[in-house]
Design a protein around this ligand. Sequence first.
Ligand code: COA
Ligand code: THG
Length: 559
Amino acid sequence: MRILFLCYRFNSLSQRLYCELTERGHEVSVELDVHPELTIEAAELYKPDLIIAPFLKRKIPPEVWKKYPTLIVHPGPPGDRGPHAIDWAILNNVKEWGVILLEASEEYDAGDIWAFRTFPIRFARKSSLYRNEITEGAVECVLEAIESLERGKISKTPQGEKYNWNKIEKERRRINWEEDSTEDVLRKIYASDSQPGATATLQGEEYYLYNAYPEEELKGKPGEIIAIRDEAICIGTGDGAIWITHLREKRKDSIKLPAVRVLKNIKAPEIPLKPWEKVDFKTYREIVYEEEKGVAYIYFNFYNGAMSTEQCYRLLETIRYAKKRPVKAIVLMGQEDFFSNGMNLNTIENAESPPDESWRNINAIDDVCEEILKTPDKLTVAGMQGNAGAGGVFMALNCDFVFAREGVVLNPHYKNIGNLYGSEFWTYILPRRVGWEMGKEVMENRMPISSRKAKEIGLIDDVFGKTPKEFRKLLKGKLEKFINSREYYEFIERKKRERTSPKWEEEIRKAREHELEKMKLNFYGFDTSYHIARYYFVHRKPHFRTPPYLAKHRRKIKL
Ligand code: COA
Ligand code: THG
């Protein structure tokens, strides 16, 4: 089938659906929501069999949906309508939620339902529900709808006259430190994360708050900052305390940044907690180190999967700790929503000199990668529970084994932010994993690929598990078996021989040097496209045209 996607942004759900459909042989073209006239033009240029809107905020004009079957993914169950579906469910403590695929109509979200799925709600960030439960449900709905369309047997159910309009007023996202309990505060922040953010007063000023964790030990006056840890702040609530890792100032053009880079003059003490220190109460830890049956697992809860220079060095410290421990394997786990998205473009944008900060950040990631590569006596593994992009993918590929959850979307290229050359030892890894021909193809293809496809082309080693929980369980089982096998010892012997030879060390040194030389040109050279692309990305600027790599229908030369 020829399918046209209409989306506000080519976000994670749109990318996942793109992979699922193209890898099943459908042809998909994408039009971003720039102007209704352009949406009509896109439909007329492409003449699709079906239009899908995975993530759209504006009305699709009737010229489009009256002519082509047009289906909208709405992140709510049957009977729910409006722009704040998941937000509403979290704020109202709903136990079960859902996702529907419905026909576009004159009124918002009022068309007939083609397919739906429901699921129990986790008490988690909206974006986490979106990236997991909603995404999985939406994929099933879309596949079901395509099958019905192909069979010519479509059964629809009406949205109904009685419905829930889920719009959330700004006031409901505001935190009242005196009255709100820790759970109330968490609920408000979860419901508004990653957009638009809950609001609260801190040190007399208004801010947007993101990425909250409960604290059970520390206590303080409601609304007062009582501690700092890894650039996050701990704030007293009505009945306890809470950690916030990211803030955004309430002014035009502000961006999300680590809390301590936004708030100046914090009087609270730093209360450090190393990733491997054990505590038996809930608190915030950016990196968690756990040992289980001879294996070290490193979870890094980096917001949005972005790794700043400082975060890379905290991760590096943890890897060095693991290397000294009597474990047979070290596993990088990332977090559930993202494995890693490479350098932190927000902290770079915020730096006094973005080129200098880019240089520090890329060197810090390379230090992490080099530490992984130079682990001759232990198995290194990447366990990708969530999506990864750019440097985040290549960091994972530095491990001996790379495993990913089913449904993970990878962007194994550096094309999206101003055509960076890339580092993380990709020039060493890629030919080893897939050969030069395929390596070139991977790097030049700007589109995402599924973890399944990545396995097929040999980029990663295996794919299993539908949910992050299932993935972790299967991964642990696999590793336990492998590290107690004969193959393991043979593998480590071979690895030791290779990784202690001067020839290998020279190859690694050269790869890093070559890549960084090219990156220096991206950061400091004549071509400023990286700096411009980064500016548009971190400020979440809407697109003003759909780039031809997405819009097949706008390519002059038909591919
Ligand atoms: N450095 C810094 N930041 C990075 C990064 C890097 N290297 N790589 C990724 N990121 C950030 C992006 O800036 C983005 O940040 P933000 O979400 O804080 O703005 C985030 O990581 C991932 O972006 P995206 O791909 O757009 O996210 P997503 O698709 O996984 O999730 C939604 C975003 C959809 C949850 C969010 O837009 C939302 O809340 N939408 C409302 C729900 C909905 O679907 N409504 C439909 C209308 S009814
Ligand atoms: N029919 C048609 N087009 C559509 C939908 C449809 N486009 C996408 C849309 N569904 C997705 N759902 C919504 C539902 C409500 C709103 C937006 C998208 C909404 N928007 C507010 C507005 O436009 O005033 C502003 C949103 C906000 O507060 O942030 O209410 O079913 N043809």
